[in-house]
Design a protein around this ligand. Structure first.
Ligand SMILES: [Zn+2]
Length: 232
């Protein structure tokens, strides 16, 4: 399936009086996407966001590497195109494009080597026994516990309950005690105007969420702001 076609459906609880999303009720695949963000190299995040008004100075570092020519640089691609440890195309939600993944890894060709290093460069030498090539392919099976039927069982989180994701991206299982805690929230904030809205989460929203997660504590509100109806 093309990335553009992937849309997740989630239910937002919106506080129309205070103009914010209180939380989203989501399936495990959205939680997988959120947790996947933590596996991304900073360079990958910078590359995805630098043309979208990313705050801070990381885009400057990234562009400096791009702009320095071979007179000054030994190796650019390791910095500009780092490989991610997790292959999101095998996860249920490949919403961020163009991310190279560590799929093929090599270990030392010396069977008695105790260095336990892996590399994605089969031409490199083992740091443990300097002259041996790192040329023996190892199969990377994904995070521990991940089986082939990921779509059915979840990638990082198990498909056992629904989850609630708060506006600041705190993730909790949707349990009775968490719902009770939310009732306390609504009492404290005197929410009289809660409104449910089912929304779609696709590639565009994924990038907005990634950017907002670096800048804000009200991420769901900023991603879905246009849906938050203002009470007159
Ligand atoms: Zn070795």
């Amino acid at each position: 399936m093309a990335t553009d076609e992937i849309k997740l459906s989630m239910k937002l609880l919106i506080d129309t009086k205070n103009k914010k999303v209180v939380f989203a009720e989501v399936e495990n695949d959205f939680v997988d996407f959120l947790f996947y963000i933590l596996t991304l190299p900073l360079s990958t995040v910078t590359k995805l966001l630098k043309d979208k008004g990313m705050n801070g100075c990381l885009p400057n570092i990234y562009e400096s590497v791009e702009n320095l020519n071979d007179t000054y640089m030994k190796s650019k691609h390791i910095i500009l195109q780092p490989k991610c440890p997790v292959n999101i195309s095998k996860a249920p939600l490949p919403l961020l494009d163009g991310i190279p993944t560590l799929t093929t890894l090599y270990k030392c060709s010396n069977s008695t080597c105790t260095a336990y290093n892996v590399t994605d460069d089969p031409g490199s030498n083992c740091p443990g026994c300097m002259f041996r090539k790192m040329s023996v392919q190892v199969v990377y099976a994904g995070p521990p516990g991940v089986k082939e039927s990921k779509a059915a069982t979840g990638f990082f989180v198990k498909d056992v309950v629904k989850y609630m994701v708060m506006d600041d991206l705190v993730v909790k299982p949707l349990t009775l005690s968490n719902i009770t805690a939310l009732k306390d929230y609504s009492t404290i904030k005197e929410i009289v105007s809660l409104h449910e809205e089912v929304v779609q989460f696709g590639k565009e929203e994924a990038l907005k969420l990634l950017k907002s997660s670096l800048e804000s504590k009200a991420v769901l509100t900023s991603v879905f702001m246009s849906l938050v109806k203002v009470e007159k």
